[in-house]
Design a binder for this molecule. Structure first.
Ligand code: COA
Length: 187
């Protein structure tokens, strides 16, 4: 079957940075991650609570391993999309306050997402905005679905995903984990 959208391995056109208004009136910029975000991303990880780290990585990660950091800021063109939300900081730079990514399978059929919002920036609509942007990019890439694996106790992620239009599918293979899916186009 022919695939609408960019197709496997074809780098997407980057739509460029976008301003997002949060629920509390603050604004952040949503953009594609860059290699020079490495230090800011490490700092964002270091500020995360241990609960946020656990629910994101499903493991008690104390530090972000160098290879994960490298990969995080150098997503594979045409297969991975990685976004950050950044806020202007007092030093005249940018602080990463949230990030989301997906990685598509080798056939460009589906992708798996993950999203993280800094603890003090949660509940303001950031994950919702990031997931909607991933869906837009996934559609442009011609994906059929985007999945996510979420701890069954992670109410915040499950509620957020449901509001965006994800459905819970139960076959994650692990009773403590649920799979959520957003269908971009029917089979
Ligand atoms: C899960 C997470 C990404 C949600 O991010 P967020 O920016 O706070 O989510 P949003 O503000 O977009 O919230 C959207 C909806 O989610 C729900 N929600 C958010 N936080 C919630 C909480 N603590 N408890 C229950 N529901 C919650 C609400 O329904 C909210 O809708 P509302 O508009 O009615 O308030 C964030 O809590 C996080 O980063 N957690 C740690 C990492 C993680 O769990 N990642 C997911 C792994 S895939």
């Amino acid at each position: 079957m022919s695939t609408p959208g960019a197709g496997a391995g074809t780098p997407l056109r980057d739509p460029g940075p976008r301003d997002i208004a949060l629920r509390d009136g603050r604004h952040v910029t949503l953009r594609t991650i860059r290699p020079d975000d490495a230090q800011a991303l490490r700092q964002a990880f270091d500020r995360l609570s241990s609960e946020a780290r656990y629910t994101r990585f499903m493991a008690p990660l104390k530090q972000l391993p160098v290879d994960m950091l490298e990969r995080a800021v150098n997503p594979a063109a045409g297969q991975e999309v990685a976004l950050v939300a950044v806020a202007a900081n007092d030093a005249g730079g940018e602080t990463i306050v949230a990030g989301a990514r997906y990685i598509a399978d080798a056939h460009n059929e589906g992708a798996e997402f993950a999203v993280t919002v800094a603890d003090e920036w949660q509940g303001l609509g950031l994950a919702t905005a990031l997931l909607r942007e991933l869906i837009r990019r996934g559609r442009a890439q011609g994906l059929r679905f985007i999945d996510g694996f979420v701890l069954a106790r992670n109410r915040a992620m499950l509620e957020c995903a449901k509001r965006v239009g994800f459905e819970i599918v139960t076959d994650s293979g692990d009773p403590g984990t649920l799979r959520v899916r957003f269908e971009l186009r029917p089979e």
